[in-house]
Design a protein around this ligand. Sequence first.
Ligand SMILES: [Zn+2]
Length: 364
Amino acid sequence: MAKLYYKYGNGKSADLCETAYNYEEANAYLNDKDKRHVLVINAYDDKEIMSKYMAGDNKNPILTRKVDIKLSSINSLFDEVYLRMLNGIKIAAILVDNSQYLSVQHAEDLFFIVNLLDIPVIAYGDRTLRGDVYSAGAMRLMELSNTIEEIDEEYLKKRKKAKGAKLEFYYGAMNSSKTAKLLYKADELEKAGFNVFLMKPFSDRDPSMITSRIGMQAKADLVINNNTKLYGEGEYLLRNHINYILVDEAQFLTERQIDELRQIVRDYDIPVRCYGLKVDFLSNHFTGSGRLLETADSLVKLRTICPCGEGAIFNARINSNGEYQKSGSQVVIDNGGNYISICPKCFIENVMDEKVPKIYRKVR
Ligand SMILES: [Zn+2]
């Protein structure tokens, strides 16, 4: 199955130009009718993509790549690509630059292109607009993507080493053993001599305990409700020589609380690792996970499997008859049988079926 990648970090345009070149080089010995084309899009202004290549000796020429689809001159991105396919054009991949400027509709079109037409898409972009401002297109892509990754790792590693502590988000669908991994990590850190501080949002079922599905347990040092001021804990953390913070179910924190965790990392140099769900049963982010996707220093995906065998990234909600739910409130606590972790293809079939582009349903 093709995958949807969201790539952020330094050197995006250079990476795009090189990737396009590599795909095209693979065509060198093929007849015209067998050539597999790369389609490049610049979501900012439809103009040619240009990059000063930063790596190495800095003497490399500027990399450029013409665009193949101009968003300002088409109606539906899905229809545009699908019609090209129906006309016999083979498409190897779609590469998008400045993806933070995409509309939600275009982002969803890319998701359907990957999962219905089996074309890989690499969307390059920032996770927010300039100045940390929410980008609806970037968020929709991060919600729907198989993988979110940094490019230019070497540069970032160097920067992070200098910076010290960081805010990390370990995200996954249900059944990706998030809480068990948190408890293992706490144990490992404590054995290595760290003073670990455990936080979790309040929940009726299990007010102060952090409990994994396989029965591991630990008491939370702080139970968070919507009014808890996390930055205010800073003095306490210092007095008690806390040097690592782990947060369970971080998707339920408020945006302000995530920002306060970033401040704790920055001002007190204490690493914070958050564990949580990326999206709800309709594929939309929670308040805490959304802010973490935008601002965490690193994002780490925890894997789990769909019943069909593909990697699961969504959590579908089912009722007692096993029927998929397409509406309802965002938070309904799992009673052990009302959620199922599924892959994009199964999610489209069972939950997002009404959003499948009309042209695709008609032709099929
Ligand atoms: Zn599946």
